[in-house]
Design a protein around this ligand. Sequence first.
Ligand code: OAD
Ligand code: ZN
Length: 346
Amino acid sequence: MSAENKDKKPVEGKHEEDEVDKLTEAMKDVKLGDKEEKTESAFKPLSSNDIEGVAKYILDGHAKNIIVMTGAGISVSAGIPDFRSPGTGLYDNLEKYNLPYAEAVFDIDYFRENPKPFYEVVKGIYPGQFHPSKAHYFIRLLAEHGLLLRNFTQNIDTLELIAKIPQDKVIYAHGGFSKAHCVGCHKEYPTDFVREKVFSEGIVKCDKCNSCIKPDIVFFGESLPDEYFSCSKKDFPKCDLLIVMGTSLQVRPFATLINAVGDSVPRLLINMNAVGVKASFKSEGIPLKDMMFSGGFAFYDPDNHRDAFFKGTCDDGVQKLADALGWGEELKKAFEDPIPEFKFEH
Ligand code: OAD
Ligand code: ZN
C-alpha cells in the first residue's frame, strides 16, 4: 500500500504537505477574479444526484456492472471500530502500546522490531466473533440480483464471507486471515494454528527460523495482492455504477480507484462525512485530508453531473437505497439470517 499506485508500491497514508504543494501549484495560474471552468453540457446519467436518482438509474436498467468499494465504516455497526474516527477509531486508542505513530501497529518494519502490539490489537478483530452489518447483506443482494461486478474491500474482518457474498465477487485488497506466513523464511502456517497461538501466547514464532508469523494482512510497506491489480484493471473499465461506503479514502492505492471509472459513470458515496472530495474553490470547509488533488468527487461543484453523497451510516444509506429499489423487506430479511459457523473457505 502506498502514496502512489506506481510499480505496485506498498501502502502508505497521504502526506498533507505534498497535497498542499499540489494545490498551490494547481492554483498558480489562477488570476484574481477568474471564474471556474465549467464542463460543456456534461452528460447527466442521474435524474437527481442522490439515492433516489441512483435507484432510478438502477431500475431503468443502466447499472448491470456495479462495483462496491468498502472500508471499515461498514463494520462499525457490527461492533468493530474503524481506524480513523476521532475518539472511537482504533488509531486513537493505542496509547498503552507507546507506538511511534498509530499506523506503526500495521507497519511491516515496526512489526519485525516489535510484533506484540499487533498481536494484541488483532485479537479484537479476529474473524468469527461478529455478525455482518446490513451493508454487507446489501452487497449480497446486489450479487443475487445479478448486478454486482465486484466488491473491492479494504477490510480484513472477513464479514463478506459470513454474509455469504459470493467469494469470487470479493477482492480483499488488504489481504486477510485466511493464510499466514513467517516474515523471515515465508513458510506458510495453518490459520487455525496461528489463531490459537495468538490467543494463548500473544506471539507466534516460526519453528524454522524463529521470526514472527503474520496473517496475510497487507501491512504498510507491503504490496497488495496480485488479484487486486489484475481485477481492478479488468473491472473498472466495465463499471457502470460505483458505490463507495465507509472509508476515509486515506490509503492508497485503494483510494485512487474512485477515479478509475469512466467520466460519466455515476458514483455514490455513503459515509458519515464527505471524503475523497475534488479540491476546488467549492470544497471550502472540507478538511485537507478529505480532499483529492487529482480526480475526486464533485459533490460541491456546480458542474457535478454524476456524484451523489448520502451523509449518514452505511446501514441507513443501504436501507434507503434498498427501499427505493423495492428491496427493503428483502434486505431486512437477509440481515436476520442466522450466521453460519465460521470457517475459511477460500
Ligand atoms: P477509516 O477508519 O480510515 O475510515 C472509516 C470511514 O468510515 C470514516 O470516513 C468514517 O467517518 C466512516 N464511518 C465510520 N462509521 C461509519 C458508519 N457506521 N457508517 C458510515 N460511515 C462510517 O477506515 P478505512 O478507510 O477502511 O489498513 O481505512 C483504510 C485502511 O487504513 C484500512 O484497511 C487499514 C487502515 O490502516 C490495514 O489494516 C492494512
Ligand atoms: Zn521462518
